[in-house]
Design a protein around this ligand. Structure first.
Ligand code: ADP
Length: 267
């Protein structure tokens, strides 16, 4: 067994990577308080590809904002267990959280959000330069390797406007991997792509889980995608409703660790 796969198996046995405990989020609006999350409990293990599926307004983006810590929660706790030490996201100091997030999570958005005046390779070196893990030479080298991983290296020196939406999303995924975070958070990443291109993006995510041991949490309003995840959770009106298991999942917490047999290669 390879060391990567061995560590994946060990991670499976270990406790959750992402844990939400009774998370409540109430927005104050001119019309009064509105509770968008009503006590969400959730555990996500290392190496899972979890989909959070719900209609528009169900609370999906709010939930992601609680996990990433970009917005404050009203009650409860979000705990991320990386490097063997649990971090209570919302207890981190303001000046620490951005750097911590940069090392811990990569975020992919529906609208890609690449910087239009930077080349593809520069878009990927930027988060590395901000986090300071790599020298400028190393970060460029790593950016090119990541572009190769997402099969778009030949366009490295182009501006984002010169490539297709699907290609831009590949670059956005490479950027999310820049600081080698264990967790990828994806907010409707296939929402603006045609179905064939969206399929390729799903395969890429599945490969990152199977081959690199990444943990991915993706939200989508598209119920038909539920079976593509190793586990799909349904959210409605700010609450998780009965979990939906992907028909090809082995169990609710166990992704198939064998890439030769895993669901995305069988399709
Ligand atoms: P989804 O991502 O599932 O479409 P959101 O998390 O964006 O849902 O929103 C959940 C609910 O919270 C919606 O009713 C939305 O209108 C409300 N909401 C989201 N953000 C705010 C905010 N900043 N202020 C007030 N209400 C908000």
């Amino acid at each position: 067994m390879s060391s990567v796969r061995q560590s994946l198996v060990e991670n499976k046995v270990a406790s959750s990577l992402i844990e939400l405990r009774d998370v409540v989020k109430t927005y104050s609006t001119a019309a009064g308080d509105f509770t968008a999350l009503k006590g969400v409990n959730m555990k996500i293990g290392a190496g899972e590809f979890v989909g959070i599926v719900g209609k528009s307004g169900a609370g999906k983006s709010t939930l992601l904002n609680m996990i990433t810590g970009v917005d404050h929660l009203s009650e409860g706790e979000v705990i991320i267990h990386t490097n063997g030490s649990p971090v209570s996201v919302h207890k981190k100091k303001e000046d620490e959280i951005a750097l911590w997030r940069g090392h811990t999570m990569g975020v992919v958005f529906q609208s890609f959000q690449l910087l239009p005046m930077l080349t593809l390779v520069e878009n990927i070196t930027l988060p590395m330069d901000l986090c300071g893990n790599f020298s400028p030479k190393q970060s460029r080298q790593r950016a090119l390797e990541l572009l190769r991983l997402v099969e778009i290296e030949e366009h490295a020196e182009k501006l984002p406007a010169l490539i297709s939406g699907g290609q831009q999303q590949r670059v956005a995924i490479a950027r999310a991997l820049a600081n080698d975070p264990p967790i990828i958070i994806a907010d409707e990443p296939t929402g603006s792509l045609d179905s064939v291109t969206a399929d390729h993006i799903f395969e890429l995510f599945a490969r990152l889980v199977a081959d690199q041991g990444k943990t991915i949490v993706m939200v989508t309003h598209d119920e038909s995608l539920s079976t593509r995840f190793t586990r799909a959770l349904q959210i409605a009106d700010g609450e998780l409703v009965t979990p939906k298991l992907a028909t090809n999942s082995k169990s609710d917490h166990e992704a198939d660790l064998n890439p030769k047999k895993s669901w995305w290669r069988r399709k």
